[in-house]
Design a protein around this ligand. Structure first.
Ligand SMILES: Cc1cc2nc3c(=O)[nH]c(=O)nc-3n(C[C@H](O)[C@H](O)[C@H](O)COP(=O)(O)O)c2cc1C
Length: 228
């Protein structure tokens, strides 16, 4: 296995970070490395907002307030819809099985039992604190761009996650934020853009059990078709 193979296999989504700040020069290096991602006709469509400090807290507070209000009054939630459909509206196997398995593995680790809505809600809310990571990233796209720009952004994100890992940092991609684009984008001054995903970035809290989650992968026989 090469070094890069190892980094790819060792990267995992981290859901508890320490408060250790990330050096700005290092952040710039990682973002520059990420920009070597391929993109259709080299359009380099990605755009990333690097958010820390007070602005990060302001965005978190604004979204958490809406989520808490929506919990009390579900009708309020109707106005918060993703700009693009990440997940299917109707789930089928094997995707639903993998999704469930992932959710229960996470809750199992955290000792959250089926039906314990308060604990599930509290864990879900951790997304909106970026799992305490010191750096929040928001990936957006100019509205004029086509669907392919999301592929380009995904490649940029993966490069970023792998480069971060190679520097001892960890990440968690977060589509959870997409539903709240109408709150996040104006705070970033990005009203005319589409929110593709957010990401938490920082140093993993290795003492937190949540970070021991190791989601399995399907074997080649499940997704690979050979023809000759
Ligand atoms: C685009 C994207 C969005 C994601 N959004 C979230 C999220 O909102 N919250 C979360 O906890 N994990 C999120 N994840 C992490 C996935 O749950 C994780 O990648 C998957 O379970 C596989 O685990 P691994 O990344 O540790 O290999 C996201 C992953 C991707 C690629």
């Amino acid at each position: 296995m090469t070094e890069i193979d190892q980094i790819i296999r060792e990267r995992r989504s981290i859901r508890a970070f320490t408060s250790q700040p990330v050096d700005n020069a290092l952040l710039k290096e990682i973002l520059t490395t990420a920009s070597y991602a391929p993109s259709g006709t080299n359009t380099q469509a990605w755009k990333v907002y690097v958010v820390t400090g007070e602005m990060k807290d302001k965005i978190s507070n604004a979204v958490i307030e809406v989520i808490e209000n929506t919990r009390k009054n579900p009708e309020l939630g109707e106005q918060y819809q993703e700009t693009f459909r990440y997940y299917p509206t109707e789930w089928v196997s094997p995707y639903i099985d993998r999704r469930r398995q992932n959710g229960w593995a996470l809750y199992g680790l955290l000792g959250i039992e089926k039906g314990d809505k308060d604990k599930m809600h509290a864990q879900h809310l951790r997304n909106y604190r970026f799992f305490d990571a010191p750096v929040a990233l928001f990936f957006t796209l100019n509205k004029v761009l086509g669907d392919g720009a999301k592929l380009d952004t995904a490649m940029f994100m993966q490069n970023l996650m792998l480069s971060a890992k190679s520097h001892g940092l960890d990440t968690c991609a977060q589509a959870a934020w997409n539903k709240y684009h109408s709150i996040v984008l104006p705070l970033l001054g990005a009203e005319n853009e589409i929110l593709v995903s957010a990401m938490a970035l920082g140093y993993a809290d290795t003492t937190n059990i949540v970070n021991t989650l190791k989601p399995p992968r399907a074997g080649l026989d499940e997704f690979c078709v050979w023809k000759s």
